[in-house]
Ligand binder design. Structure first.
Ligand SMILES: *Cc1c(COP(=O)(O)O)cnc(C)c1O
Length: 405
């Protein structure tokens, strides 16, 4: 869109939308319903982008649209706590017991940034360990070795992030406990937190190896650092209680976003009550937001979570497994955790970002475009997950498998 190109840097308001990694111009999408989206000319595509994660029910789910309408009718933001915030928080805390207290914000970026602030305040330590290829939003201290978007554009770190801030972030290898142990030993008594995507989903999908997350729990506990799970993608997607339920590891703090806003802008961080009580006004960690906990967003999130019954998860899992089988093409491998999938042009699923980067991205770009021609819209990068939603029923998955063939 030439007008967009003159208005927005690179024609977009978020970099991966620009199709730089696969070439060509993105379609101009004007409508979505269920598993489908339509472009300006009326052409229909099966959508596996899912707005990059939030749309676990598909586009324009009836219950979500109605909840948004009702909340908008009831007036906007009141500048006081509203019942919708309480209801969504209760749903989240009930399904994710490690989240004893929660604070809503407006993006995953804000949530991750704030969780680090709490960790640093709680431990009175300054360093943070993240993983190569792990993405936690674009806060300065987390834009180090940050996965998909940066990798896609071949920008290892961002310009504009000062060396002194970047130096407070240490980078370990995903699925490599020894790399974490070594950093903790070298910086003994200085590491405030280890932040991790419990299922890495911004280097393509990379599942944690057995014992990796439990190992992180042990290492953080013994070194006095906090364990932060970034469940912005995995939360309420890979299991009713997120990756922490699926793998049975309880973090100190959890970062949320995407699904809990039902497709509207949202983030949240929460965890142990004693830690969250450090947040203003009950404690000294300042963090605020004019539109945080917006009633319309809360309503969309609540409607989404209420739809996510165990039966819905079971059916998404079933269809995602069928898609996984259908995706097994020659010279490629499929990584899948629940409804998150990546087709890597690699002979086996990677265990870390270095292995993910060995994937043949030119082959991915060719696959992407042939699928697009066949009416299937994939995320435009080897390093972004495919998102299967509850609207991707048997017939949609069958049609996708046919397109692959
Ligand atoms: C998307 C994402 C974020 C950032 O959320 P925004 O709402 O885009 O700021 C943080 N962490 C993970 C794991 C994400 O996938």
């Amino acid at each position: 869109m030439t007008v967009a190109a003159s208005l927005f840097p690179g024609g977009v308001n978020s970099p991966v939308r620009a199709y730089r990694a696969v070439g060509g111009e993105p379609p101009v999408l004007v409508r979505g319903a269920g598993a489908f989206v339509w472009d300006q000319s009326g052409r229909r595509y099966i959508d596996y982008v899912g707005a990059f994660g939030p749309l676990v029910l598909g586009h324009a789910h009836r219950a979500v649209v109605e909840a948004i309408e009702a909340a908008a009718e009831a007036g906007g933001s009141f500048g006081v706590t509203s019942p919708g915030e309480v209801r969504l928080a209760e749903l989240i805390c009930a399904r994710m017991p490690s989240v004893e207290r929660i604070r809503f914000v407006n993006s995953g970026t804000e949530a991750a940034m704030s969780a680090l602030r709490v960790a640093r305040a709680a431990t009175v330590r300054e360093l943070v360990i993240k993983f190569d290829g792990g993405y936690h939003g674009h806060a300065d201290s987390l834009l180090v070795a940050a996965g998909s978007a940066a990798a896609t554009l071949s920008i290892p770190d961002s310009a504009g992030v000062t060396r002194s801030v970047a130096a407070q972030t240490l980078v370990a290898n995903y699925n490599d406990l020894e790399s974490v142990e070594a950093l903790l030993a070298r910086h003994s008594g200085q590491v405030a937190a280890v932040i991790v995507e419990p299922v890495a989903a911004n280097m393509g999908v990379v599942a944690p190896l057995p014992g990796f997350l439990a190992g992180l729990r042990g290492l953080t506990q013994s070194s006095g650092a906090l364990l932060i799970f970034d469940e912005v993608i995995t939360g309420f997607r890979v299991a009713p209680g997120g990756a922490q339920e699926l793998y049975g590891v309880r973090p100190d703090l959890t970062v949320l976003g995407k699904i809990i806003g039902g497709g509207l802008p949202v983030g949240a961080y929460g965890g142990r009550a004693d830690l969250m009580d450090l947040v203003a006004p009950s404690g000294p960690v300042y963090q605020a937001g004019t539109l945080s906990g917006h009633p319309v967003v809360m309503a969309a999130g609540e409607a989404t979570l209420r739809q996510l019954t165990p039966e819905v998860y079971a059916s998404i899992e079933h269809e995602a497994a069928r898609l996984e089988a259908g995706l097994r093409v020659k010279g490629a491998s499929v990584a899948r955790v629940g409804s998150l999938l990546t087709l890597f042009f690699n002979d086996r699923p990677p265990r870390n970002f270095r292995e993910a980067k060995a994937s043949d991205t030119a082959a991915f770009a060719r696959f992407f475009h042939s699928m697009l021609d066949a009416g299937v819209l994939l995320p435009p990068s080897q390093f972004e997950a495919l998102f299967v939603s509850a609207a991707h029923d048997r017939s949609v998955i069958d049609a996708t498998i046919e397109a692959i063939a």
